[in-house]
Write a protein that binds this ligand. Structure first.
Ligand code: AMP
Length: 416
């Protein structure tokens, strides 16, 4: 089915063609006509499903029909959980709007950088705002913008917005919006708090829920390599050197581990960069653009990079450390195999993480065969140590494992 048959204007279809989108993805085919009809939409969007264009195109079509207001007033507000996603959505909107007869002004607002340039950028108003909730509220408090003219609200990655503790900010923002508006909510998962938000926010929504069929599942091959914990860096180096032309996104558990692994890879002559929440926004942007431009072969990241990042042609994701939460496993591996490309996700499974990986498999209904690579296998001794180190371990599932505080409380109760 061509894009033109969805009822989109030729200027939008031209921009879509220029991006080499040959036909709408499943979520686009389902969501675009519903949004054009003015309906509220609830989208269960797989990672890499094309959901940004699914809401961006009809929003731009409405802008085209309504015409630009003078002075500019915010017509659409898109709330996102992270700075990176804000930048990506802003870029997509501007790219798809490039042939509109009236130039579109999109303000992209996020924290972690100085507020002043964003305030300056809002002078003269904006037609659309893409923002993280905290910085948006700051700017409203500075009287830099108002939301009373918003006709379309998008909550992108709603589960992540709530995960990151933005519930209060969301409630404050919703109270500033006009009652009469269209609401679009996209989420990869639907835990209870997202359901509650859906109930509160959406009026008679059209549900665009993609069944998990092989067609909508990204094409990702999953591998699990049993490895001694202290040989993981060597194994990573081995994999990188065995695939010198492929870029890899490597997930580790902490900022400290990011720096350590990057240091070791660089020492081995591999172009590697760090990505975690304590780096400045400038460094994060630079590392990403170097990675996208193929000047870095490896980026080592914490879970900050697990959601929202969109890097085309990223063939390999490596779980150097397994994620604590099984849901994050899906988000991490979803960084590869995007938009119909195929991808490879490799998890390192030292003996001490075997129980945890089994839990991830169980929760996600997966079975990934274990492999060993000669020279990196766990030794008998490390397997025995693993079984002895944490007898009450449940595999580290978030919320289930005893926290340090729980253990201290138990010790106190036992009078230790
Ligand atoms: P998203 O799910 O919005 O993060 O999009 C994932 C990737 O798919 C982005 O790189 C988009 O540029 C790309 N994309 C979006 N729509 C299409 C389409 N219809 N055909 C091919 N690629 C697309």
């Amino acid at each position: 089915m061509p894009f033109a048959s969805l009822g989109l204007s030729p200027v939008l279809v031209r921009a879509v063609n220029e991006r080499h989108y040959t036909e709408p993805t499943a979520i686009q085919a389902a969501a675009i006509p519903a949004i054009l009809q003015g309906r509220d939409v609830l989208g269960a969007a797989q990672t890499g499903s094309g959901k940004t264009a699914a809401f961006a195109l009809p929003i731009l079509q409405r802008y085209l029909a309504q015409g630009r207001e003078t002075p500019r007033r915010v017509q659409a507000l898109i709330l996102v959980p992270t700075r990176e996603l804000a930048a990506q959505v802003g870029e997509t909107l501007r790219g798809l709007a490039q042939y509109l007869p009236q130039p579109l002004k999109v303000a992209v607002l996020f924290g972690g950088v100085s507020i002043n340039p964003q305030m300056m950028g809002l002078r003269g108003g904006a037609d659309m705002v893409v923002a993280t909730p905290g910085r948006l509220l700051d700017l409203i408090e500075h009287n830099a913008l108002r939301l009373s003219t918003v006709s379309t609200l998008v909550l992108d990655e709603a589960d992540r917005l709530l995960d990151l503790g933005f519930a209060d900010e969301l409630a404050r923002i919703l109270a500033l919006l006009p009652q009469q508006r269209q609401n679009l909510l996209f989420s990869a998962t639907f835990p209870a708090d997202v359901h509650a938000l859906v109930e509160h926010l959406l009026r008679d929504p059209i549900r665009v829920e993609m069944a998990s069929t092989p067609e909508t599942q990204p094409d990702i091959v999953q591998r699990a390599i049993e490895v001694a914990a202290d040989k993981r860096t060597q194994l990573l180096r081995h994999l990188v050197q065995a695939h010198p032309t492929e870029r890899m996104l490597v997930f580790v558990a902490s900022k400290y581990a990011v720096e350590l692994v990057v240091h070791k890879l660089c020492k081995a002559g591999i172009h590697a960069g760090p990505f975690h929440g304590e780096l400045s926004q400038g460094t994060r942007t630079l590392v990403l653009s170097e990675f996208k431009a193929h000047r870095l072969q490896v980026v080592v990241a914490t879970d900050v990079a697990a959601r929202g990042l969109d890097i085309r042609q990223l063939p390999v994701v490596v779980n150097y450390d397994l994620p604590r939460s099984p849901v994050d496993y899906l988000h991490r591996i979803g960084r590869t195999g995007r938009a119909g490309e195929s991808g490879l996700a490799i998890s390192f499974v030292p003996p001490e993480s075997e129980a945890h990986f089994r839990l991830i498999e169980k929760r996600q209904n997966l079975r990934v065969p274990r492999e060993r690579i000669e020279g990196f296998e766990p030794t008998q001794a490390s397997a025995v140590t693993a079984s002895l180190t944490d007898p009450d371990s449940n595999g580290g599932i978030k919320g289930k494992r005893k926290s340090k505080k729980d253990k201290l409380r138990e010790a106190a109760a036992r009078g230790i």
